[in-house]
Design a protein around this ligand. Structure first.
Ligand code: UD1
Ligand code: UDP
Length: 383
């Protein structure tokens, strides 16, 4: 069986590591994988660092699309992916998540009848002002195999009319849906020992033996709206200064570019001179999971980071008005604070009081989601 895998944005590159590893370890004689990088993310520390560190095969193609408006970026990707699919003639196009690279792959493949396997299917925020919500709905409804990481995602698909009883042969009109666990959980389990052995991030940032908070911010709904970005940074300043605790913030390039423009002047000045806010460039995955496993708490608008906080048993204050990972909130380990300063401070107090009393149920599978996905793709192709 031949698959073409699309990567483009940072989290997709990381997720792809799990499938490539499963293919290398268990399916190398049965599955040929061709990796296509759309070039949506291109800075060394947003892309190549992960390919090298996580042992992902070098992409055979890089479309070098880069940054642009949604329409231009997606359209250029569709054109590039279509050409590759016509040349490579894969059995499946494998797509991850909900970025513009995902959508472009889905449109290109569906129109020329290449079957799509969508990993992270069924997730919904029920907020169509998010570009990701549009991307994931459109991708799911063009897919042949849909792999949902959670029971909620699986149920969302059923609610949208997908039939859990469909049997092979599958097609876009007769898709197969599966609840299989999360490839990001596979990765966190696999890489945590390596991170503890290899990452020097705690030493580099003078965090050894210290309590600290880890924060990430990159959603357009936060970075592009001055009032929201300002409220978030005001809360970070207040928590770090009151508690005399460092907040480490690996800055997504989008946020780095927009902070000076969109923060109130006074807040921007305070952020820059603060001795408690540590603004650092994006870190590698091994560094990130070491930070996640050693911090007190996570404050984030990232989908992946809120889940990894849960994997490493850390509470998360979620800087969004909703989450696709509602199990984390239901378990009491995540709190939706939106970009509301008072709510973020309330979340801090709540989790400070909870201390180590929170429990983190098994929600994301058994660490073998990638193997299941490979086997299911194979089974669907052959008797
Ligand atoms: C994208 C995804 C989002 C995902 C995020 C992961 C879409 C619509 N959004 O958002 O779902 O959570 O990736 O990180 O696909 N930039 C750089 N260097 C890079 C990449 C980006 O400087 O290597 C800057 C550019 O100014 C660019 C901006 O970041 O315009 C946004 O990049 P883009 O890929 O369009 O969206 P993200 O915000 O990264
Ligand atoms: N990540 C990383 N370095 C960083 C920030 C994030 O390796 O500096 C990883 C993080 O551990 C997770 C993924 O990137 O695996 C999440 O990506 P991001 O937050 O960019 O996007 P989202 O998950 O929200 O789509």
């Amino acid at each position: 069986m031949k698959i073409v895998t699309i990567i483009g944005a940072r989290p997709q590159i990381i997720k792809a590591a799990a499938l490539s590893r499963a293919i290398k370890n268990s399916f190398s004689d049965k599955i040929e994988e061709v990796i296509v990088h759309t070039g949506q993310h291109y800075d060394q520390n947003m892309s190549q660092v992960f390919i090298e560190e996580l042992g992902i095969p070098e992409p055979k193609y890089n479309l070098n699309i880069g940054s642009s408006s949604h329409g231009v970026q997606t359209a250029r990707m569709i054109e590039g992916v279509e050409k590759i699919l016509l040349d490579e003639k894969p059995d499946y196009l494998v797509l991850y998540g909900d970025t513009n690279s995902t959508l472009a792959g889905a449109i290109a493949a569906a129109k020329i009848h290449v079957s799509i396997a969508h990993i992270e299917a069924g997730l919904r925020s029920f907020n169509k002002s998010m570009p990701e919500e549009i991307n994931r709905i459109m991708c799911d409804h063009a897919s042949t195999l849909l792999f949902s990481p959670t029971q909620t995602g699986f149920q969302n698909l059923i609610n949208e009319g997908f039939n859990a009883d469909n049997k092979k042969p599958y097609s876009a009109d007769h898709p197969g849906i599966f609840h299989c666990g999360d490839v990001m959980y596979d990765n966190s389990l696999f890489f945590k020992t390596l991170a503890a052995q290899q990452s020097k991030v705690l030493e580099e940032h003078n965090l050894m033996g210290k309590d600290f908070v880890l924060a990430t911010i990159h959603r357009d709904s936060n970075t592009d709206v001055p009032e929201r970005l300002t409220a978030i940074f005001e809360a970070l300043l207040e928590i770090s200064e009151t508690e005399k605790m460092e907040i480490v913030l690996p800055l997504h390039p989008r946020t780095a570019k927009l902070m000076e423009v969109n923060l109130l002047d006074d807040v921007y000045r305070q952020v820059i001179i603060s001795k408690w806010l540590k603004l650092i460039p994006p870190v590698s995955f091994l560094d990130m999971i070491l930070l996640e496993s050693h911090c007190k708490l996570v404050i984030t608008d990232s989908g992946g980071v809120q889940k990894e906080a849960f994997f490493f048993k850390k509470p998360a204050i979620i800087l969004r008005s909703e989450t696709e990972w509602k199990e984390i909130v239901e378990a009491g380990c995540g709190m939706i604070a939106n970009a509301d300063k008072a709510m973020i401070l309330k979340g801090w107090q709540l989790f400070k009081k909870a201390g180590n009393t929170l429990s983190y149920p098994d929600i994301f599978g058994d660490g073998n989601a990638a193997e299941f996905i490979c086997q299911t793709m194979l089974d669907s192709c052959f008797r």
